[in-house]
Design a protein around this ligand. Structure first.
Ligand code: CS2
Ligand code: MG
Length: 404
């Protein structure tokens, strides 16, 4: 019977910082898991290296569920982004190994394909409305069929989701301390309806439009925004309030018909159980990388299915190609797939993580290579060392720390 013989925690700065777990069995089968936690990468690398790797050597790689329970219950201190990203990496690496040993793509072990591909959405942005409209046009020409729109807000120096120089948007800033930004909810609430009206006037009523509020509003402000955007029929309004206050969504949900998506910061079923059981959202944003791997994410998506909630898995650039592939295999197989976020990685990242997934005509597909269909090029990854980088800290005009 094969055993886990080697467990390597690989940290690279290829394009941006990533943490990857690589497991190798006694018969030479390799599996990868994404353990990237943007801005706290080294905490997960240490959790893996110092606490989990010693427990993995010699274990039977076939026992995925038992390993999950062993690492989750055995830690005593449960849940949390660091713990669950580490457990996720072990879980996905074991699923990768199992599928490789079976000689089939991972989605075949998860029930086979339920659709021809995973509808993707792209990130369009602009420092002002004309720039945003150009960005939307560019992404439509690339073939995307759904677009997230983020725009600079008049009177605000910067805002979430918009690159300062109009180039590629990378939220984490390198340096020994987070960059700081200033936020004005009132200015944003005044501007958002005009923004969506301009987009609808330019592109018509059918284009699926998504927008990310990024945790910044109170429940009342969120209800007011969602109601003001109803005429523009968004595909979803994301993270309207800080996600941990699940009960806040009772008020927002009762106030609007605008579809709601929440959960990229969730790392366990219990973080979203109320939202799902009370049908307070339409899409659950949790990702395989942050929510305990394939094994736990399947449970979240099954509970979601039971309550009419669809997937909207997080797919920003800080989800590595390993993590994105895992989400695509799961997304291809589940019955309640909704949409998959796609922020294309940089050439450096793609060089370090050769992968089988493809984007064709606005749909992502994990490919039919055995396992996840992703490998890591040690030489390419090694050319880019880790460099400390932090997500910004947001403040109100009076200096009060606010949600970023
Ligand atoms: C964003 C993320 O893609 C999204 O919906 O919320 O880009 C988020 O800001 C980053 O993943 C944080 O690391
Ligand atoms: Mg988001």
């Amino acid at each position: 019977m094969p055993a886990i013989e080697k467990a390597e925690v690989l940290v690279t700065g290829a394009g941006r910082n990533f943490v990857t777990l690589r497991l190798t069995t006694s018969d030479g089968v390799v599996g990868l898991g994404d353990a990237t936690l943007n801005g706290r990468e080294l905490a997960v690398a240490s959790y893996l290296r110092d606490h989990l790797v010693p427990l993995l050597i010699g274990r039977d790689p076939a026992r995925i569920e038992d390993t999950w329970q062993y690492l989750y219950r055995g830690a005593y201190w449960r849940r949390g982004p660091v713990t669950m990203a580490a457990i996720s990496a072990v879980d996905v690496a074991l699923w990768d190994i199992k599928a490789r040993m079976a000689g089939m793509p991972l989605y075949q072990l998860l029930g086979g394909a339920s659709r021809r591909g995973c509808l993707a959405y792209a990130h369009a942005m602009g420092r002002n409305i004309p720039e945003l409209l150009d960005s939307i046009r560019t992404h439509l020409e690339t073939g995307y069929r759904a677009i997230r729109v983020q725009c600079g807000v008049p009177g605000m120096e910067s805002t979430y989701g918009v690159a300062a120089d109009g180039a590629n948007y990378e939220p984490a800033h390198q340096g020994l301390a987070p960059a700081e930004s200033t936020w004005d909810s009132a200015a944003y609430l005044r501007f958002a309806p005009a923004l969506m009206e301009a987009v609808r006037l330019e592109f018509g009523p059918e284009l699926p439009l998504l927008h990310d509020v990024h945790h910044r509003l109170t429940p009342r402000e969120a209800a007011s925004l969602a109601r003001s955007l109803e005429p523009f029929a968004l595909f979803w309004l994301e993270d309207v309030t800080p996600a941990e206050d699940q009960a806040a969504l009772r008020f927002v949900r009762a106030s609007t018909t605008t579809p709601l998506a929440i959960g990229e910061t969730f790392n366990s079923l219990w973080d979203c159980q109320l939202l799902l059981e009370e049908r307070l959202i339409d899409f659950i944003r949790a990702s395989v990388t942050h929510a305990g791997g394939i094994t736990h994410m399947r449970r979240i998506l099954s509970l979601a299915e039971l309550h009419g909630v669809r997937s909207g898995m997080h797919g920003a650039t800080d989800i590595s190609p390993v993590g994105l592939a895992a989400s695509l295999h799961l997304g291809l197989a589940i019955p309640n797939f909704g949409i998959q976020e796609h922020m294309p990685h940089s050439p450096e990242t793609d060089e370090a993580f050769p992968h089988a997934y493809t984007l064709t005509d606005g749909y992502l597909h994990p490919g039919d290579a055995p396992g996840l269909g992703v490998t890591i090029d040690d030489a390419a990854a090694g050319r880019h060392p880790y460099a400390a980088a932090y997500l910004p800290v947001n403040r109100l005009a009076d200096g009060t720390v606010h949600d970023w």
